[in-house]
Design a protein around this ligand. Structure first.
Ligand code: NAG
Ligand code: NAG
Length: 480
């Protein structure tokens, strides 16, 4: 008798990320093969990087296929076999797909159950995508579409806007050609729940934004990239007109105009802010005031900042203490995730935050040495906090150092914390089942390769966890 199929599917689901293990499962027997193929082919990602493109030594011969190209050829060929094609739910085309042109369209024709398609190549191989977009027009299963400017020339835009039934639409660098058609398209998408206009949104003027608002009455998630012609007043005015809005991702840029009071976003639960880096007090104060404006009367649960660079000395601006003050007064019941990225807050803000927002589950911030002491001291009182990332800023005359043992001890001082990062140390704890019972194990790694990785003394009765298997094994990266 075979292994119960329901159980098999549940077990294999745990291996979703481990493509190598799944492909080995395909070889066990037909039952395993069927269950593992379902997961293995659910997502087809074609990503040919520029370094992997083979150039012909002379124009008379076709260039030899590079390893990545051969991988993509093989993937398309096996994914479009009759017993695999129905499993393909997600298709992503990225990088430099031109050399796949012959196989792509026939394969897409076989993927009858596509739910999500991403076409974001780094080339403008526009004609390559014209028949593919046309092929996607009558797909009742397709709910999620993500495209960039490769699908935004005159011809492709006309075809693109015939794709209906979408729940989620992401346009990267939307230009005037597609924006002219967007209003009409949105009217054909009554089920749309998410609209993301990302990266360079310079073609979006206040007029365009105003025209979109009435069409987005049902949208619960919205993203907006950078457009210097949109003022804060334009943006917040627009956002306040979307009655169902719960999640936004916005790009902040510094403006000097004094703003008018708003109609707030009353249902906003999640805010992600991308911004420039700066070590000026004035910039930080204005950014913080902008965030306060966005969340002024929202039941906010999650706030994240994204930016690549932050000042790293303990004299860095502390404008974000004002945000903590607001959250502790207005959002202590709802706040779950506060990711300040590299922004510095003071020791007293740490006490205030932990004392009031007791439901906090994830916390990312920068602290000075005093703030870090405070954090360590009151961490055990946080009953829901499972993830903490702390960058400790210091001055040259009082350097700060933390060892892997210190970080492991901090992790173990809390009952709920599972992941902790302090400067370059990353520590992760988990319950591991072994022959003689279940134990709490601590694993650690350093971002700094020169750092020796010492043994961490964990709870006396448990041994060090074995090295975790790499969870992101990608078949094409495997050595031949
Ligand atoms: C929009 O982008 C496409 C592809 O890059 C281009 O062909 C088209 O001319 C652009 N439209 C405008 C108005 O710039
Ligand atoms: C919002 O959803 C309702 C019900 O699903 C639908 O009738 C209406 O047309 C939608 N409104 C917009 C602006 O898409």
């Amino acid at each position: 008798m075979g292994f119960p199929n329901d159980l098999l599917c549940l077990i294999l689901d745990l291996l979703t990320e481990d493509k190598a293990a799944l492909s080995r499962c395909c070889l066990v027997n037909w039952e395993f093969n069927h269950a593992a193929s379902r997961i293995l082919y659910a997502q087809v990602v074609l990503h040919i990087r520029p370094s992997a493109i083979a150039f012909a030594p002379s124009s008379t011969h076709p260039p030899p296929r590079s390893r990545q190209e051969r991988f993509c050829d093989a993937l398309l060929a096996s994914a479009s076999l009759p017993h695999n094609a129905p499993h393909v739910k997600i298709l992503r085309i990225k990088g430099y797909p031109d050399s796949l042109s012959e196989m792509l369209l026939p394969a897409v024709k076989t993927f009858r159950n596509l739910q999500a398609v991403e076409i974001t190549p780094d080339t403008n191989g526009d004609e390559l995508f014209t028949p593919i977009l046309a092929e996607l027009e009558n797909r009742p299963s397709l709910a999620d579409l993500h495209v960039n400017s490769a699908c935004m020339d005159e011809t492709n835009s006309e075809i693109l806007v015939k794709i209906g039934g979408l729940h989620r639409l992401r346009l990267e660098r939307p230009n005037r050609t597609i924006l002219k058609l967007l209003s009409d398209w949105l009217q054909q998408l009554p089920a749309l729940k998410e609209l993301h206009l990302t990266r360079d949104c310079g073609s979006i003027t206040p007029g365009v934004l105003r025209s979109l608002a009435p069409l987005l009455a049902n949208v619960s998630a919205f993203s907006f990239g950078l457009s210097y012609s949109i003022t804060d007043d334009d943006l917040f005015d627009f956002l306040s007109q979307l009655p169902c809005l719960e999640r936004v991702q916005l790009r902040h840029y510094l403006q000097w105009k004094v703003s008018k009071p708003d109609n707030p976003m009353k249902r906003l639960r999640s805010l992600t802010v991308c911004h420039d880096s700066s070590d000026e007090d004035e910039f930080v104060d204005k950014l913080c005031a902008w965030v306060l404006r966005a969340i002024s009367s929202s039941p906010i649960e999650q706030i994240r900042f994204c930016c690549d660079e932050f000042p790293t000395d303990s004299q860095a601006p502390r404008g974000f203490d004002a945000l903590i003050d607001h959250l502790s007064r207005s959002n202590s019941e709802t706040l779950r995730v506060l990711d300040l990225n590299g922004w510095l807050i003071s020791a007293s803000s740490v006490s205030l935050l932990f004392g009031t927002c007791v439901g906090l589950e994830e916390f990312v911030t920068a602290l000075d040495a005093e703030g870090f002491l405070k954090f360590k001291g009151i961490l055990p009182t946080m009953k829901r906090l499972h993830t903490a990332v702390v960058q400790v800023c210091h001055d040259d005359d009082a350097p700060f150092s933390v060892s892997a043992e210190d970080a492991a001890q901090i992790l173990q001082s809390s009952d709920s914390l599972r992941r902790l990062a302090v400067n370059h140390w990353r520590i992760e704890g988990s319950w591991v089942s072994q022959e003689d019972g279940v134990r709490f194990m601590v694993r650690h790694s350093s971002e700094d390769p020169s750092e020796e990785t010492p043994e961490i003394p964990v709870q006396p009765q448990s041994r060090r966890a074995p090295r975790a298997p790499a969870m992101n094994v990608i078949l094409e990266e495997k050595e031949e």
